[in-house]
Ligand binder design. Sequence first.
Ligand code: AMP
Ligand code: MG
Length: 396
Amino acid sequence: MLPFDDALRRILESAAVLPSERVTLEHSAGRVLAEDLVARSPLPGFDYSAMDGYALASSVLRGVGPWSLPVRGESRAGALAPKLAPNSVCRIFTGAPIPDGADTVVMQEDVARDGENARFTIAPGAGSHIRRRGEDLAEGAIALALGTRLNAFRIGLAAAVDRADVLVARRPKVAILCTGEELRAPGSAATPGTIPDSNGPTLAAMVWSAGGVTDIRPRTGDTLGATEEALRAALQDTDLLLTVGGVSVGEHDLVRAALSNVGAQLDFWKVQIRPGKPLAFGRFGETLILGLPGNPVSAQLTFALFGMPLLRAMQGDQKPLPPRGRARLHSALRQSPGRTGFYRAQLDGDLAITSSNQASGSTASLAHADALLIVPADSAGLAAGDSVEMIRLAEL
Ligand code: AMP
Ligand code: MG
């Protein structure tokens, strides 16, 4: 049985970065850059005013104020600035270029107008309220580096450095194959002993949020023949195959045998974690395979912990892992040592309240949790008030 960190490392190391494609900015959220985005000109591109007010040469406000100076011309956003006439000030608006000859802007709240003249009572420092060409990024600077996952703000920066499209890794294709005689489509007619397939839709949503596209395969029952046939079809034209269920040790757990019968190589099938111990990882040619346990919490958390980072690594993401933070335990948490424990908890500020139902089938507890608390494998638990490592579920 592999320790958590070793299993994660082996999975991430097996990821080959996918080829890239060009997408427009509006389709780039969550995608990973396959190029450095270089600022081809300085950002901002010209000196501009950060305020509505008056542009002037600070040298005209010498000696003791107040000073009254004629207002000549105006500089508006989107237009060329006039040249500053000697011994005058220029009306200026936010975003407008600084006129030649001006070195400061006085905001209009500090200025009284008297017909054609503007009256100043305090001398501004040189450079006030001026945003300088290149102060955000110099020409030639890397605005966003290869391997950066794009979010709304990074898309904003790409647009600010004048890009309409970006080169990103193509989306990994992920086949999802749920196994189990008992499964039926959510919302379909219930027959005795059947349950809705809740893992399929959850995993599909997680695949999308990690940048993948899904191929949801027809669910298969628990015979070796049917499982092999479903596996063969699901392995066609796929970057990652997810199987769900059938990887533990019961007589109807046929996925491992079926994978081996169709020619897949398994690297490992047990990890020292709780929940989710039976987790298989292997490959078939270029296609990677994750065999997830069927229990909903186990399936969903193992995919969150191993599968989402894998999909990100396949896109060349330099930060494929979710950030970890710390919280304070509201109550004591006990575990029998031997496996890294992942516990559902709700957060109240920095206080973590563990969910009362930690069963691996409790979809309700996972749906209402805010965080996963991580307790090291060698620990027998933590006391109330102890600091505990955690992953926020919203940051997966
Ligand atoms: P298994 O790993 O196949 O032994 O399944 C373990 C438990 O998870 C059983 O109670 C299954 O009914 C349940 N299960 C398996 N797959 C799913 C699924 N796709 N959706 C909901 N529950 C499932
Ligand atoms: Mg099963």
